[in-house]
Design a protein around this ligand. Structure first.
Ligand SMILES: [Zn+2]
Ligand SMILES: [Zn+2]
Length: 353
């Protein structure tokens, strides 16, 4: 396969600025790839709320700007750096690129699954909003044969993130899990992974489109937060007066935490997943203690979580609902994300560029 010198890439040049699409961004040459690096020709990439935070630069951690965002890429390996040993993948393999692009594998945190010196796609290394991306053979996720690239893309961040949160939520089949933001990118996948694990789901969101999506995906109870007079009361009533066993809070804001402490049953688990830049967790200490509530942070997932989430989706257990857009529509997509009007996920198809 011949690799071009230049490519189309969507670049944020300054914090808070708009995305500019260039068609003359250089592609790293095979001879410039370091051992362990691979060059991936992308088929497509999902767009995540995190990409918006990186472009706006509104997190306590700072992105490397100018920046090529994106961390839900699927594509084909077209080159691997010379002197790469023990590569688990080869040229021609279809792989996924995730938020965690590479880790040192040597620090204390790495041995436990959280590298202190991680390379993060679309944050401190260039991500997947380009036709070609440099990634790392140890961390790319092989995509099973027959699993469509567009369908796989958003499993790599949104899917893995909610899958891991559910996996560590200390729930058992039949338990009730509350999903605020259930009609969004993470939420609609959470409904499906939860069903796959035998959990019963309470979907909270707003609007006719999101209601339809949540109900089609099998949510056991729908609550429109704009229409409900008493969300806590609605949840407690639906769960035999006891409250839900767990809540997966994916919202990119502080709202939802106090409420979760109120509607969780004794011994319940609050999984904090969304990453608002400035908000603090405001929950009743009294009731957290009195009800023995566990509040756990859950950050994306490790390579094994990614494999499990991808495998479940590849077998048809979970389907991402997405709209396909072009690279030059990314700025529009960001504007829609700010308004919270996207149901499901957006995937950019690089083969259409
Ligand atoms: Zn993401
Ligand atoms: Zn490390």
């Amino acid at each position: 396969m011949s690799i071009p010198h230049n490519q189309t890439a969507a670049i944020v040049h300054k914090a808070g600025g708009s995305i500019v699409v260039h068609d003359d961004h250089p592609v790293k040459k095979q001879s410039d790839l370091a051992p362990g690096e691979c060059l991936v020709k992308l088929h497509c990439t999902g767009v995540c709320h995190t990409d918006l935070h990186c472009a706006l630069d509104d997190w306590p951690l700072k992105a490397n700007i100018p920046l090529i965002g994106g961390h839900e890429g699927v594509g084909e390996i077209v080159a691997i750096g010379a002197h790469t040993s023990h590569s688990p993948v080869k040229v021609g393999d279809r792989v996924g690129i995730k938020w965690l692009a590479d880790s040192c594998l040597n620090c204390e945190q790495c041995r436990k699954g959280h590298c202190d010196d991680a390379k993060l796609s679309g944050f401190n290394v260039d991500g997947t909003f380009s036709q070609y991306v440099v990634s790392y053979v140890r961390h790319v996720t092989p995509i099973p044969e027959g699993f469509d690239s567009l369908a796989a893309a958003s499993i790599l961040c949104a899917g893995v993130t909610v899958y891991r949160a559910l996996k560590y939520s200390q729930t058992s089949p039949g338990d009730w899990v509350v999903l605020p933001g259930a009609g969004g990118g993470l939420g609609h996948l959470a409904i499906q992974y939860a069903k796959h694990m035998g959990l019963r789901t309470i979907a909270i969101d707003s609007g006719a489109d999101k209601k339809k999506l949540c109900e089609e995906l099998g949510a056991d109870l729908w609550i429109d937060f704009r229409e409900s007079k008493n969300i806590v009361g609605d949840i407690v009533r639906a769960t035999d007066g006891q409250g839900a066993h767990s809540a997966i809070v994916t919202a990119a804001s502080a709202s939802g935490y106090q409420q979760a402490i109120e509607y969780l049953r004794k011994g319940g688990t609050l999984m904090a997943v969304g990453l608002p830049g400035q908000a603090t967790l405001d929950a009743s200490i009294f009731f957290t203690v009195f009800k023995s509530i566990s509040i756990l942070g859950s950050y994306v997932g490790n390579r094994q979580d990614a494999k499990e989430a991808i495998d479940i989706a590849a077998r048809g257990g979970v389907k991402c609902h997405y709209a396909v857009r072009k690279a030059n529509e990314l700025q529009d997509v960001y504007e829609s994300m700010k308004k919270g009007t996207i149901s499901g996920r957006v995937v950019v198809d690089w083969r259409e560029t």
